[in-house]
Design a protein around this ligand. Structure first.
Ligand code: ADP
Ligand code: MG
Ligand code: MG
Length: 536
């Protein structure tokens, strides 16, 4: 490895280790300073008073609403019950019955000092579900009743409290314009179609991210405006632990930038081909494909077809969990109507995509078949790893040839792959109605607990080494050359403005909480009084 690469790598490894509070700028409190509450009036007026968005979905909103409820003696028990219901979801299958029973004893019995009369009417049905199906959504009706109650009078009173004022202050900080000054830049991680991806760190919080830059001249020359905006707009509507999150979208003089969840563990292509023999162990194949299933399930629930499933688009984080990335080709089906369009990567496109037919989620289940095949065999299903057949030959094979299964395929993985690689989408696994559930129920996944996996509680079989950088050396990543003869004008600025929307609320709020900034800055006056910045 060359010296330049070693220096770039060790700077990145050090920043990752110091991530969080140590990586903050010495001016971090200034960067996140709350405006005085009197400067927040316009934003408060324009904020839609939607309980679900303000008190459940947005992480800082949820925390402040909880702090408000905790400050009110009459709401204590409601909050404790809500907490207990959250903890219940983190319990293993064996623990659920016992923990569920303790919830019923604590909150459903009128003798208990934590009694919540509101949910009492569900006691019998909860006891029964705990008995028969403890892994089902036992307390669904209770949770709904609790939120129904909290969204009434308590929510109205919350909006008159200093906790809601503080929420609006956080929203003001969240909405500050974002420029490249907000970040420190580390090494180059990879190269994409329109530009480079760099490791970066938020100066205010110390959080590490990956910044995907799209060169404006490249985008314009290749008419990529639609693609760029599509990727950004789809990413900002998603919130899944199995898909990269968008944290910021901003522009510089020369580039459009998307700041994404940092995935330090490299992509699956690197793991399949660059470490030992091609291919992965069975437990890793099973774990990664199960997590990809969860990611696809999330996208499909939102009527999004991903269309670009292949090993290099599946990235590992530093714990060994995967996320789907690169949503440039994803498409949202309008009113569930199928789409047409030959998009994807040669070698991974489904027969119906190649054949110009209308298709929907079926394209992704085919892609999952290709992925499982490649992880197992150490080569893609329809060509050798480094072989580049002509597009017409590739299409012929995909549409007409049956893939071969060598000795590395166990009975279950072979069965699963051949069901996912059925040429006719109507016959394919995943396309018969229940979607992802049909795939998750396949015997290959028998030992995977999908409920725990969705909650992020299944331990990955492989953890990347924190001292390694899982990508090609800096000098091996080709440089991006400037485009000549393209000038940027007014019409381009309109498009840039649509792209340049700054922080994405849920990801940004999670960043503030995870890095400890929320806890350190969210202080009030003595004995629960207002602090000066909240004093009208
Ligand atoms: P393109 O859409 O142009 O193909 P990608 O989104 O696939 O661009 O990014 C290009 C490369 O940058 C990837 O193959 C990967 O090596 C790296 N990369 C992309 N996103 C991340 C991320 N979130 N974390 C770490 N590396 C990333
Ligand atoms: Mg890519
Ligand atoms: Mg892309």
């Amino acid at each position: 490895m060359e010296i330049e690469s070693m220096v770039a790598n060790s700077a990145l490894v050090r920043a990752r280790e110091d991530g969080g509070s140590k990586g903050r700028s010495y001016k971090w409190k200034e960067l996140l300073r709350f405006p005085h509450i009197s400067q927040c009036v316009a934003l408060a007026m324009n904020t839609e008073r939607d309980y679900y968005s303000l008190c459940v979905k947005q992480p800082i909103g949820k925390s402040l609403f909880q702090l408000f409820c905790r400050s009110r003696p009459d709401l204590q028990n409601y909050m404790s019950l809500l907490d207990a219901l959250g903890t219940f979801e983190t319990k293993s299958d064996e623990e659920r019955k016992g923990f569920g029973t303790s919830i019923i004893q604590r909150f459903f019995s009128s003798q208990s000092n934590q009694y919540v009369s509101l949910v009492q009417r569900h006691e019998q049905s909860c006891i029964q579900s705990l008995e028969h199906d403890p892994c089902g959504d036992v307390f669904k009706a209770c949770r709904e009743d609790l939120h129904q109650y909290l969204s009434g009078k308590p929510f109205i009173q919350y909006q008159d409290s200093m906790f809601f004022d503080r929420f609006i202050q956080w929203k003001m900080v969240e909405r500050q314009p974002i420029t490249k000054q907000a970040f420190r830049q580390y090494r180059l991680l990879g190269k994409g179609g329109f530009g480079e991806v760099w490791a970066c760190q938020v100066r205010a919080s110390g959080m590490m991210y990956a910044c995907k830059k799209l060169e404006k001249t490249h985008v314009k020359k290749r008419k990529g405006e639609g693609l760029a905006l599509n990727e950004k707009q789809i990413l900002e509507t998603l919130d899944s632990r199995f898909v990269v999150n968008l944290a910021y979208a901003y522009e510089t003089k020369s580039a459009l930038c998307m700041v994404l969840t940092m995935m330090s563990g490299g992509d699956l292509k690197f793991h399949i081909y660059n470490i030992g023999q091609p291919g992965l162990e069975k437990d890793r194949v099973q774990f990664y494909s199960a997590e990809v299933c969860c990611g696809l399930s999330h996208l499909h629930q939102k009527s999004i077809v991903y269309r670009d499933l292949k090993p290099e688009n599946i990235l590992l984080d530093d714990n060994g969990h995967i996320r789907i990335s690169d949503l440039g080709l994803a498409v949202r089906l309008s009113e569930g109507q199928p789409v047409r369009g030959r998009v994807g990567t040669v070698g991974y496109m489904a027969p119906e995509v190649i054949g110009h037919e209308y298709y929907d989620m079926s394209a992704d289940w085919w892609g999952l078949g290709c992925l499982i095949y490649e992880m197992t065999a150490g080569r893609p299903p329809f060509h050798e790893y480094r072989e580049c057949p002509k597009a017409s030959e590739m299409e012929r094979r995909i549409r007409n040839e049956k893939e071969e299964y060598g000795g590395r395929f166990s009975k279950h993985v072979k069965d699963l792959c051949s069901l996912l690689l059925r040429k006719d989408p109507k016959q394919r696994l995943g396309c018969q109605g229940p979607g992802a559930w049909e795939v998750k129920a396949h015997p290959f996944f028998r030992s995977i607990n999908f409920r725990m996996m969705e909650a992020g509680l299944v331990e990955p079989p492989f953890k990347p080494d924190p001292r390694l950088v899982y990508c090609n050396d800096v000098q091996d990543i080709e440089e991006f050359t400037a485009v000549r003869g393209v000038t940027l004008d007014r019409t381009d600025s309109d498009f840039y403005a649509m792209f340049n929307t700054g922080s994405v609320p849920i990801t940004w709020q999670n960043e503030m909480i995870e890095t400890g900034c929320f806890r350190e800055l969210n202080i009030f006056g003595p004995a629960g009084s207002r602090s000066p910045d909240l004093d009208w």
